[in-house]
Design a protein around this ligand. Structure first.
Ligand code: CA
Length: 335
């Protein structure tokens, strides 16, 4: 394969990843623009290191309108003490910082979707430059990677931690062990419909033990979902032997997404009437939701039907849908 020689990343960290103790700082990316000629994107991060041991890389705000991860990670960053750590914890609560600061899924700077931007490019857009820094600097430092997601403004999920089915069964088993340790109410064997360019794929192809979450959605967090995130990240660090203390175990139900029949998509736009709620059992052929046209009465709504038996694991969030929007995701309980 022909390897292109990449220029160094334009991002400089204000912390030393090899230094002992707690450091709070930034990843500084020069970004010249109208309101700041020699300005920068300043992505906050915390590094906590104590002696030799594994490194955990913890990220939230990969999508900027998902809040459980940033809440758990800003909290962890201000409370984690070096003496409670063996090894190193790198915490980036808002990976796509411009998107997080704007409260949007993608970056307002370049419309970049961080989770479709890997491996990134050092000479690309702002989002591609951040992705490249994770690809070539941060991921290689890590042994385990936890990337928090939720549904954002347009989806709502059952709270679950997840890992992917992988060709390397050893790597897969380690990831599912961490999913178990996380201890969300639901645990998912996840199928991606669009895996190209994902941070997940980048980490997994590097052989890292990668886990992710979907913990709610609608562009906000709840006390319950934030609590699940905070307990989960501590549990993952404990299970990896990085944080002192025992895993706080809790009941979880394992779910599987066997194939593309999990997903139902709107063909018409309009107002959505949900006929099932998250966690409900649905049978193949059931109408999961109706979509009413907006402009006239007496017209039959589109019926969105389940293509399989399952549990409603995700649903469209706002009251209006457009053609092509994801209406529902079903998953199957694994015994
Ligand atoms: Ca997401």
């Amino acid at each position: 394969m022909l390897e292109r020689t990449l220029r160094p990343s334009p991002i400089s960290p204000t912390v030393d990843f090899s230094a002992e103790g707690v450091q709070h700082g930034f990843l500084r990316l020069p970004y010249s623009r109208d309101d700041s000629a020699w300005g920068s994107v300043m992505t906050p991060l915390t590094v906590v290191k104590n002696g030799d041991g594994p490194t955990a890389l913890l990220t939230g705000g990969n999508h900027g309108d998902e809040y459980e991860g940033p809440i758990a990670l800003f909290d962890l960053a201000r409370t984690l003490k070096a003496e409670d750590v063996t090894g190193r914890v790198i915490i980036v609560p808002a990976m796509n910082y411009p998107a997080f600061a704007a409260g949007t899924r993608t970056s307002p700077v370049d419309k970049g979707n961080m989770n479709r931007s890997f491996p990134g490019a050092p000479d690309g857009t702002v989002t591609q430059k951040i992705a490249d820094y994770f690809q070539r600097v941060l991921l290689p430092l890590a042994d385990i990677v936890l990337d928090f997601h939720s549904g954002g403004r347009t989806l709502d999920f059952l709270p679950f931690c997840a890992a992917h089915v992988l060709p390397d069964k050893m790597q897969e088993a380690k990831a599912f062990d961490l999913v178990s340790a996380f201890g969300a109410p639901w645990s998912m064997k996840m199928l991606e419909i669009d895996a190209v360019g994902m941070y997940d794929t980048a980490a997994e192809e590097m052989g890292k033990v990668f886990v992710t979450t979907e913990l709610g959605g609608g562009g906000t967090a709840t006390a319950k979902s934030a609590g699940i995130a905070k307990r989960g990240v501590a549990n993952v660090l404990k299970a990896a032997g990085i944080l002192k203390g025992a895993v706080v175990s809790s009941e979880t139900t394992w779910l599987d997404m066997p194939d593309g029949d999990c997903f139902s998509v709107a063909l018409d736009g309009g107002m959505i009437e949900p006929l099932f709620d998250l966690g409900d059992r649905v049978q193949k052929g059931d109408v999961v939701a109706r979509i009413y046209p907006l402009g006239r009465t007496g017209v039959e709504p589109e019926e969105v039907k389940a293509k399989m038996d399952g549990i409603l694991a995700a649903r469209h969030f706002p009251g209006l849908v457009k053609p092509g929007d994801c209406v529902s995701v079903l998953a199957v309980a694994v015994e």
